[in-house]
Design a protein. Sequence first.
Lengths: 332, 507
Amino acid sequence: MSSSSRSGAGVPSSRSGGLPAALREFAGAHVSFLIFAVIAALACASVPNFAQADNFAVVVRQSAIPIIACIGMTMVLMTGGIDLSLGYIVGLSSIVSGILAKNLLLPAPLVLAVVLGLGALIGLANGAIIQFGKVPAFITTLGSGYILYGVAQIVSQGSIVNRLPAAFLAIGRTSLLGLPSSVFIALLVAGIFQVLIGSAAFGRRLRAFGFGPKAAGLSGVPVARINVSVYCLCGALAALAGLLLTIRVNAAQPNMGGGTFTFEAVTAAIVGGTSLFGGVGSVVGSIFGVLTIKIIENCINLLGVSYHLYLAVQGVIILAAIVLGNLAHRRG
Amino acid sequence: MSEALVSMRGIGKYIYGESGKALRNSEVKILDGVDFELRSGEVNVLVGENGAGKSTLMKVLGGVIPPDEGEILMDGHPVSFRDPREARAAGVAFIHQELNLCPNLDVAHNIFLGREPKRRGMKDASLMYARSAELIRSLSCDIDPREMVSRLSTAQQQVIEIAKAISFSSRVMIMDEPTASLTKREIDMLFGLIKRMRSEGMGIVYISHRFEEFLEIGDRVTVLRDGRGVGQLPMSEFDEAKVIKMMAGRSIDSLYPKTHGGAAESVLEVRGLRLTPRTPPIDIDVRAGEVVGLGGLVGSGRTELAKSVFGARRMAGGELRYLGRRLDRWNPRRAIAAGMAYLSEDRKAEGLVLGMNIRENVSLAALGDFLRFGLIAPRAERSKVEGLVGELSVVARSIEQPVATLSGGNQQRCVLAKWLATAPKLLILDEPTRGIDVGAKAQIHGLIDRIAAAGVAVLMISSELPELIGMSDRIYVMREGGVVAELAAGPDLTQERVVQYICVGCE
């Protein structure tokens, strides 16, 4: 200890930058809100009929169900995985809920419980294959998604179930403050998961696992449990989305959801600031993400442009996010 | 026989900072003015402790990394290699310890990878197989050129690497610990090949830690220490004690604090633990209040032993007793709950979650302590983390700073803080001062001493002999997956003795 002369080698370059730095920090933490604000402002300024109270209500109503699914997808993406079966869980739970409610005349709460359980079970299978079978999430959920699609077609026998019982429809159609109850269900789900991801140990461990599975495991994070439960929760939320969609259109059909719905959930999560490389994501960000892309969809509708442009825009967003993310990774 | 085939003069290599820029003003260099000479028709054995710079020096020669200072001459002409391809074209072949073959291709395709013989633009497979068969025969070996590489033994794969090197008409062959995973018979065969290549005028650089091999195969020994050349001597002057002295004469640059000692009750008893079914059983004990050192080369099984104790790795046999209780179905989660902590040698992948900040990293292993109704109590977390960060004098703007932006020494303090937050009874440290500057090192040594003095059992892996000897009350030396010696601290525990056990074993 006599003369441990500290060499001036490792002096870190100071990073203080006054106001711009503070601005950058704010922007970094609220990217999803800023994107939302810019897109909304642009839409108000340039799209006729957009800035009207009942159009805003349309956007909110159309966002409610995707928000539920997007929260599930966000958690999965936070582990560094992906759930491509999400849209097909929606389709299967749609036809199953229709059959249970109309053909078997089960009471509405029981239908809800069975469908949620079904979604959770499917997610559990996905998660178990990914965690214990060491199969990449992309492959696992691509495969299971197609299995579910096939099963849904078989169960439905090629027909749709419509004119569903009123008691069942009431789950998502009861009007409160001028909005359907599905909007409030989405808010409730968002609240629960905001606490779970933002304040509970689960969220902290989920982020640690997403950023560095090795370090997390060696710090006592129950890695397997977290990885499986994320797919399980995502499956249950997808099933809830499927049930609410069925109620909204008053028809249970196996083609509901599907690849486009999955894709929408992924896009919204990315716009909401979720990283495809794991670790980063939030409920609030995902809500803004869904609102943003639903505004884009709404504008495309109002302008009378082909709906397919909406799909193309989503593709551009995802590719741009991946390319930018890769560049950032390389620099880091 | 006497002219220099390769001579490297004044080779220097800086350490690199986080930004990827060379730290030219740092006191520490990986290589500092190293001279190295290789004649044709000789086997030059390169020896030195872990981190002495052997591999770096050979990577410079093999074109893997460029030197920051100095020059390389081949046949008296200066050369510079921008990548391994250029080095290979100039006749320098590098056979790495982990062989670089494609397991999914057959032997001939591996030998001629990327330069398959062609006829009218198409691959000429029959010529390629014929030439491969000829090459392998010239090495007096019998391997079918159509065999998949994945089905060959390690020794056979090495033969393929050598055949590949010869097919490039290489004149310099660098072999990095080629015998590490070979049996006695395979080693004899390899030595036969090396002797043949030598008699044909090739120059061979042979990196190894096994003294018994030098005598058999080497013509000269070159010793490196702390990135400097200590000397070259012909095998006729080889003397085990002398070479050990050259390797081990690392300067002790600080005094090691030792207020701990006086071991109390046993905390960890390892009985008959086998790392793999083939390695010998290991018995070690660690008692409360003592620092037990674990010495040996990289790859001797030290980290594997530590991870087996911590439950992060499955062991092949034996049992662990911890605080008098036999451990069963063990994993890191349970280990932490029972009061074990493991500071990994790989700080960036296994020690820290680099995407998170100081607070989240430090509280991660003890997160359960901060929960109220399943939710993290922010105030309890912050005050605990701030206390530890202050105690370990982590230099940071705030505990919200991302750990990725901290210096190595401060990152290591954060990992230590994380484990101290769990109030461990057994602290396993794997290379606790690797890659951190001298001042931070001394401070971490002081901390380890204080932790042990407070009654914690410490098991410390270190490749730095002064640290190992200075900090430990007892040292276990590992070699090839087993413990070969238990040495007690004292005036007669010298670096030379430890090196002897590390390199020669107990016989």
